[in-house]
Design a protein around this ligand. Structure first.
Ligand SMILES: Cc1cc2nc3c(=O)[nH]c(=O)nc-3n(C[C@H](O)[C@H](O)[C@H](O)COP(=O)(O)O)c2cc1C
Length: 186
């Protein structure tokens, strides 16, 4: 699939067929995650591919009531769990290099979206799920204390094509040279 077609075509999918994802497809998607850039190539991330039905059910219990992705976490044949490693991204010799401190979430987010776009290119659906109890999720999956679960990504063949969620127009948020000088004046 052409790149812009993939970018425009990716949508959050929250309803999945039970069909398993072939290993070769999963392999390509994982390579896309691996290819992501990170602060000084620190790659302060890990992935746990959860397909065990009991574990998916337990993970589901970490979502608060009303999270629209609740069903997706058990319906998807696999949930890619993005784990971030603290204190590496944005630091040099243990010292934070910017006032923002740890850049792990930023790096993990880029890599997670690489995975989501690769999945879309393979005809698969995903949704980023960040509204959950990350401490409880880490305990359930045996994640060590210097690491934390950042994102749950249910992954599988879509059962339903969702309604497209609109974006604000470029004219609203792109500026030329200085903030406030519109790049696309109306
Ligand atoms: C950091 C992040 C966290 C998100 N967390 C959730 C979530 O907990 N539950 C959910 O249903 N969707 C979640 N989403 C999906 C967004 O709601 C969705 O991307 C947004 O509404 C735009 O829709 P689209 O992805 O279909 O274009 C999350 C997305 C991002 C980027």
């Amino acid at each position: 699939m052409e790149f812009y077609e993939v970018v425009r075509g990716r949508q959050s999918v929250r309803s999945f067929k039970p069909d398993p994802v072939p290993e070769d497809v999963l392999g390509r998607i994982l390579e896309a995650f691996r290819a992501a850039p990170s602060w000084a190539n620190t790659q302060a991330w890990e992935l746990i591919m959860v397909s065990d039905a009991g574990l998916k059910k337990s993970l589901q219990s970490t979502l608060p009531a009303g999270n629209p992705a609740t069903a997706a976490v058990v319906e998807a044949p696999v949930v890619a769990v993005v784990v971030g490693i603290a204190g590496r991204s944005g630091s040099y010799k243990g010292k934070a290099m910017t006032a923002r401190g740890d850049w792990m979430l930023f790096d993990a987010g880029i890599a997670a979206e690489h995975l989501a776009l690769a999945a879309a290119a393979e005809g698969l659906g995903t949704v980023h799920v960040a509204m959950f109890d990350f401490v409880k999720a880490g305990e359930l999956l045996g994640v060590p204390g210097d690491r934390s679960v950042v994102d749950l990504i249910p992954l599988g063949y879509p059962a339903r094509v969702p309604k497209r969620v609109e974006r604000k127009p470029l004219s609203e948020f792109v500026f030329r040279d200085r903030h406030g000088d519109r790049y696309f004046p109306n």
